[in-house]
Design a protein around this ligand. Structure first.
Ligand code: FMN
Length: 207
């Protein structure tokens, strides 16, 4: 079977982690590197991956994550932060991200113009910079969960949290970063739940 398909069949949203099993450092680093290598719109990499290992911090984080046991029982918690303000057109961050491509000046200016026009015409009318940046963060989330599964490591994506509460517990400088999404990594304790999916024919269409 295709290795990616096999990993996706192994992956499930793990509700019950074995609190005794820890992910080896090298495996964890490999998973994080898969987040780091993820694609992002315009190559803006609007993320930071915060690995939470401190047990006290995790106990406090659990309180603002619907008291979900995964937060304290999993081997590692990764909080994906997004930097919404930096993504606005013509910030130093956006300029630096285009400048690193070493393009001729006129090409760099054309990219800055295209970015500004796109954000103003297509993104700003329908979503916030937090939402746009978070869309990129979810690509990294998916890649890391698939990478984990390929190595026999379980995960659970977690959107069940109080955003402001989580930012407070983690002492995030919200002028720079906001919490986009959280996920737990570790090893399942017991059987996975039954997988529910719509029929392929309902969600895949060729035209
Ligand atoms: C963005 C996102 C947020 C989620 N948040 C939670 C969560 O807070 N707690 C939880 O137990 N499961 C969470 N889930 C898991 C989903 O409920 C689960 O993926 C879905 O029911 C399909 O099941 P499966 O992943 O086991 O195939 C989340 C999934 C996604 C993609």
């Amino acid at each position: 079977m295709n290795a990616v398909l096999e990993a996706l069949q192994f992956r499930h949203a793990c509700k019950k982690f074995d609190p005794e099993r820890k992910i080896p450092k090298q495996e964890l680093e490999m998973i994080l590197e898969c987040g780091h290598l993820s694609p992002s719109s315009f190559g803006m990499e609007p993320w930071k991956f915060l690995v939470i290992q401190n047990p006290d911090l995790r106990a406090r984080l659990r309180e603002v994550c619907w008291n979900q046991a995964q937060i304290t029982d999993a081997s590692d918690i990764v909080v994906i932060l997004v930097k919404p303000d930096a993504l606005k057109p013509d910030t130093d961050y956006i300029k630096a991200m285009f400048h690193r491509r070493n393009m001729p000046d006129d090409a760099e200016k054309a990219y800055l113009d295209r970015y500004r026009n796109h954000m103003q015409a297509e993104v700003e009318p329908v979503m916030s910079y937090y939402s746009w940046g978070s869309k990129q963060c979810y690509i990294a989330l998916a890649n890391m969960m698939t990478a984990a599964a390929a190595g026999g490591i379980d995960s659970c994506p977690i959107e069940g949290f109080e955003k402001q509460g989580a930012e407070k517990v983690l002492e995030i400088d919200t002028d720079q970063f906001e919490v986009a999404v959280i996920f737990a990594l570790g090893y399942r304790a017991g059987e996975q739940s039954i997988r529910l999916r719509a029929d392929s024919s309902d969600v895949i269409e060729y035209i």
